[in-house]
Design a protein around this ligand. Structure first.
Ligand code: PMP
Length: 416
């Protein structure tokens, strides 16, 4: 069955899929895997896994502090990866690229360091109603320790930021805006250029959570003019355990370190310690230098296909999926209906079939979707629901995957 599906695909899609061995899996002895849980994590192409294996077998040594051959080679690879990330985001300098464990750590780093440097009791951070928990709780932790307040931008019923309300939230106590580029639940593509421009008109910096945009569209941090940008390697075909915080040099320079330890210092005495230059000031301890190689390979992989090409392909799939899903009786799709505002993620609910039942039964047909609140409980409260079923696309998904999903949902519906 799987072979027939592959044979019927256009050449470019066949080629893209062939880089991902896991897509050939057959589940429960008969169903070809239809992987539609890409917003949670993407599959890894051969190039990524092989480059990491190769580094462990042939290069492995701790970076930065060695004078021996392997350490210098590992350091060169790690720093070359940083340069690949710089190019990918079009940052001005590699010193603006901080390796972290992922989006969550990147946001926590900004909340903690920015809060420490620039916020005092009663100051405010603007976030939106559609944020992932990592962009809520990081600021709440700061609120608990320093008395910082959250101001929440409301959204429309179809999941778009209310821009008029956004602008009204600014006041003397507003110190930073932290907003997601693309919603991991609704797929809404937020108008981040306007969000950033308005914040800057009020003299306020902006952190963009790019976890769900980086895999799907070209990102240019200079053009966006964001002050900070966070993303995770594993959502963009890279390994787990590595992510990035981009920060404008003038901001990163002014922030205190996040964690203490090796790498982040210049000199240490019991009386006084001086900190390392950017970006090392924020990279305490041994970095995951093998994962950085994997991340760079993943970014090379998507760049070689082209983010514009990926975006066109995924927009087509999203559009097709929205149309086909509407064939299902009692289908309720959340988020914007206009596909130009709706990116690669579709949350839905069918009648009163519980999302967990839907997800579990789709799994029995080989279809992987995610169910639940998607780490966005406040958004669930806003929508008046407990959870959704979420299908999310990657470059290797096809119209055949969408057809399988729709036929699967129809079958599940018949069971109820
Ligand atoms: N923000 C958004 C919008 C996300 O979708 C996610 C992951 N679901 C995160 C932040 C957190 O990413 P990670 O778990 O990789 O740190």
């Amino acid at each position: 069955m799987q072979t027939m599906q592959i044979n019927s695909l256009p050449t470019q899609e066949k080629e893209w899929r062939s880089a991902f061995p896991i897509l050939n899996k057959v589940l429960y002895g008969k169903y070809p895997l239809v992987y539609l849980d890409n917003a949670a994590t993407t599959q890894k192409p051969r190039q990524v896994v092989e480059a990491m294996t190769e580094e462990y077998y042939n290069v492995n040594a701790n970076v930065h502090r060695g004078v021996h051959f392997l350490s210098m080679q590992a350091t060169d690879l790690h720093e070359a990866s940083r340069e690949t990330v710089r190019r990918f985001l079009n940052a001005r300098s590699a010193s603006e690229i901080v390796f972290t464990r992922g989006t969550t750590e990147s946001i926590n780093l900004v909340a903690s360091c920015f809060g420490q440097a620039f916020m005092k009791e009663g100051d405010e951070v603007i976030i939106s109603e559609m944020e992932h928990h990592s962009n809520i709780v990081s600021w709440q932790l700061l609120g608990e320790s320093r008395g910082i307040k959250l101001r929440i931008v409301p959204i429309t019923d179809d999941g778009r930021i209310k821009m008029d309300d956004y602008e009204k939230l600014f006041g003397e106590r507003t110190k930073i805006v932290s907003i997601t580029h693309v919603s991991n639940v609704l797929g809404t593509v937020n108008p981040v250029r306007d969000i950033i421009r308005i914040a800057h008109e009020h003299g306020v910096p902006v952190l963009i959570d790019g976890a769900q945009s980086t895999p799907h569209m070209p990102i240019d941090v200079q053009e966006l003019d964001c002050d900070f940008f966070a993303f995770s390697g594993h959502k963009v075909y890279g390994p787990t355990g590595i992510g990035v915080l981009y920060g404008k040099e003038e901001w990163l320079d002014r922030l205190p370190p996040y964690m203490g330890g090796g790498e982040m210092i210049k000199t240490v005495s019991f009386e006084h310690t001086t900190y390392n230059d950017l970006p090392y000031k924020f990279e305490a301890g041994t970095p995951d230098y093998v994962a950085s190689t994997g991340l760079a390979k993943a970014l090379d992989f998507v760049t070689s296909i082209g983010l514009d090409t990926i975006q066109t392909h995924e927009r087509d799939l999203t559009d097709y999926a929205m149309q086909r899903l509407m064939e299902v009786e009692d289908m309720n799709i959340f988020g914007p209906k206009d596909v130009s505002l709706h990116d690669a993620v579709i949350s839905f609910q069918v009648g009163n079939i519980h999302h967990l039942d839907m997800g579990t039964l789709l799994d029995r047909l080989g279809i992987a979707v995610r169910t639940g609140h998607h780490c966005a409980e406040p958004l669930m409260h806003r929508l008046g629901i407990e959870g959704t079923c979420r299908a999310s696309f990657a470059l290797y998904n096809t119209r055949e995957d969408v057809d399988a999903l729709v036929e699967g949902i129809k079958r599940v519906r018949q069971m109820f």
